[in-house]
Ligand binder design. Structure first.
Ligand code: AMP
Ligand code: MG
Length: 402
């Protein structure tokens, strides 16, 4: 039996990144950046006002207070997008708005609320308080200096990164191509949802669940027809999926039962095969194979085992195909509201629901065919062999929703 970390590092060292393509910034969410991006500009590009108010020389207002306001002559007005062509001389000020460039000569902005207008002297303003130099000024380059790295190759494009890159004027980005992922479900007992069930049949549910997971991993799922348990059907299904896709994920047919054809069919197609019993619960049998630049992930058929092995072994591989430098699941600490107990001799990845306050609730029975607990859960807690985490224990949740 192989340890999870060994299985994962063998997979990640085999995976080859895909080619790059150019996408519009607004379409780049969740894609992996192919190259690092130096800022073409100082951000902000110029000193500018953080408030609606007046550009002043701080020294002019050193003694101003509510009892003894200071008055300055208003020399002009600069809207956001405008510029003031002159210097702000001693004894003068310029009306500004949020985002207006700070005129030369000024070294602070007084917010409008700290001033009074005098109706008899429309060219002057009263200041009711002193101001520190550079108060209410957004300084050139304080967000990012020109040339500073805004994002690195391998970074996933979060909306925050997209906002930053947009502010720097980027509008197209080089990212990794999305892996095309074929989804095959094997099992003669499986029926298409929407069709009547024959005696002994069950609805096939893994492809839809995996399609959702594959999309979340910024890859393109492609659902293939159901595969009955026969050598011929398994081989031809694998062949057509491998022809169209960068990776193929199968479910079922990978244990040692007499109806388990995935491994043999893949070998017949010239694939190099690794078959591991990975030392985790759920999901012991797992197949990883490669044929040329294409990859096979053979997951167990039990829906929960398929989910967990996808998250722990296939999802990181899809991330690595996209060149992601951090292919793991998000980890969030939290406190258990009930015990989690693993009497087995393998790590058990147990389903839990974590609320916004971080509380981590075990969702009940953990057997690998039980989907109702998956439906409530938001992640997994890795419970070591022969270990009980009591209620109140601090744990780390591997989040599958973020
Ligand atoms: P297998 O790994 O093929 O031995 O399947 C293990 C269990 O999972 C059996 O109870 C199967 O009926 C069930 N199963 C396999 N594939 C699916 C699927 N695609 N959807 C729902 N249940 C499945
Ligand atoms: Mg089966």
């Amino acid at each position: 039996m192989l340890e999870l970390d060994d299985a994962l590092s063998r997979i990640l060292s085999t995976i080859q990144p895909l080619e790059h393509e150019t996408v519009a910034l607004a379409d780049a969410a969740d894609r992996v950046l192919a190259e690092s991006i130096p800022s073409p500009l100082d951000l902000p590009r110029f000193d500018n006002s953080a408030m609606d108010g007046y550009a002043v020389r701080a020294a002019d207002l050193a003694t101003a207070n509510a009892e003894q306001p200071a008055s300055l002559q208003v020399r002009g007005k600069v809207a956001a997008g405008g510029v003031f062509s002159d210097n702000v001389a001693a004894g003068t000020c310029v009306r500004l708005f949020t985002g207006s460039p700070l005129p030369a000569g000024a070294d602070a902005v007084v917010m409008q609320e700290d001033t009074r207008l005098d109706p008899s002297r429309p060219d002057r303003v009263w200041f009711l308080a002193a101001v520190r130099p550079w108060e209410n000024v957004r300084l050139r380059g304080e967000d990012a200096k020109r040339g500073a790295t805004l994002a690195e190759g391998g970074d996933r494009l979060t909306f925050g990164r997209i906002g930053l890159l947009g502010a720097a004027g980027l509008f197209e980005l080089k990212v990794s191509r999305k892996p095309r992922v074929g989804l095959l479900a094997t099992g003669s007992e499986l029926a298409e949802p929407g069709r009547p069930l024959q005696p002994g049949q069950i609805y096939e549910s893994n492809r839809a669940m995996l399609a959702a997971l594959v999309k979340r991993a910024a890859a393109l799922p492609e659902i293939f027809p159901l595969v009955p348990d026969s050598m011929e059907a398994t081989r031809s299904a694998l062949e057509s999926a491998l022809a169209r896709c960068d990776a193929v994920i199968t479910t079922g047919g990978v244990s040692v039962g007499e109806f388990d054809f995935v491994k043999a069919a893949f070998k017949q197609l010239g694939g190099e095969l690794n078959f591991w019993k990975v030392a985790i619960k759920p999901g012991k049998p797992f197949v990883f194979g490669r044929v040329g630049r294409k990859f096979l992930f053979g997951l167990p058929g039990n829906p929960v085992s398929a989910l967990v092995t996808f998250l722990l072994l296939a999802r990181p591989a899809l991330a690595r195909m996209q060149g992601a430098s951090d292919p793991g699941l998000a980890q969030r600490p939290g406190t258990l509201t009930g015990p989690l107990s693993n009497p087995a001799d393998r790590r058990h990845f147990m389903r839990v629901a974590q609320d916004h306050a971080g509380r981590v609730r075990p969702v009940g029975a953990q057997a690998s065919h039980l989907l109702s607990s998956v439906a409530q859960a938001s992640g997994l807690v890795d419970v070591p062999p022969q270990t009980t985490y009591p209620s109140g224990a601090s744990v780390v949740v591997l989040r599958w929703d973020g």
